[in-house]
Design a protein around this ligand. Structure first.
Ligand SMILES: *[C@@H]1O[C@H](CO)[C@@H](O)[C@H](O)[C@H]1NC(C)=O
Ligand SMILES: *[C@@H]1O[C@H](CO)[C@@H](O)[C@H](O)[C@H]1NC(C)=O
Ligand SMILES: *[C@@H]1O[C@H](CO)[C@@H](O)[C@H](O)[C@H]1NC(C)=O
Length: 118
């Protein structure tokens, strides 16, 4: 029984994360807009997202600016959805990042990072 509940929770988590990456409106959760995209905390999260993607992929992107920011309150984390621009020293492009921040220890994780087409 306990194992079944654990697998169910795991399955739900897998479903939630894959849904989150595909469709950013998850199960009626509410995205709260952050109007000040130059807020130092938002800039810090955007830098984290770009640096973390650089570290994971070996691509050297330079963060330029945040275009759109919103967040969602989850059980354990705050989930930040950022649209930002960055360049690889020659070409500037828009990217979409999801960063989770643990409510208790502030642990950050780059949940997804992808290029957006114009
Ligand atoms: C790339 O981004 C850096 C940092 O914001 C900026 O100084 C530079 O001008 C940008 N380069 C291009 C080609 O957009
Ligand atoms: C920058 O990205 C463009 C488009 O993907 C690519 O053609 C170019 O080679 C890249 N430049 C560097 C310095 O990585
Ligand atoms: C960070 O997020 C990715 C993608 O959701 C996940 O695969 C990874 O396990 C997470 N890492 C940590 C330390 O939570």
């Amino acid at each position: 029984m306990r194992l079944q509940i654990q697998s169910l929770v795991l399955l739900l988590l897998v479903l939630l994360t894959s849904t989150a990456a595909r469709d950013l409106t998850v199960l009626g959760h509410i995205w709260i807009p952050i109007n000040d995209v130059n807020n130092p905390y938002v800039i810090d999260l955007a830098n984290f997202a770009v640096n973390e993607d650089d570290r994971l992929t070996g691509v050297m992107l330079q963060f330029e600016k945040v275009i759109k920011a919103e967040y969602q309150i989850e059980v354990i984390n705050y989930m930040y959805h950022l649209v930002l621009s960055a360049n690889n020293t020659s070409i500037s492009n828009k990217y979409e990042a999801l960063v989770s921040v643990n409510k208790w220890d502030n642990f950050r994780n780059l949940t997804s990072f992808r290029a957006l087409r114009d």
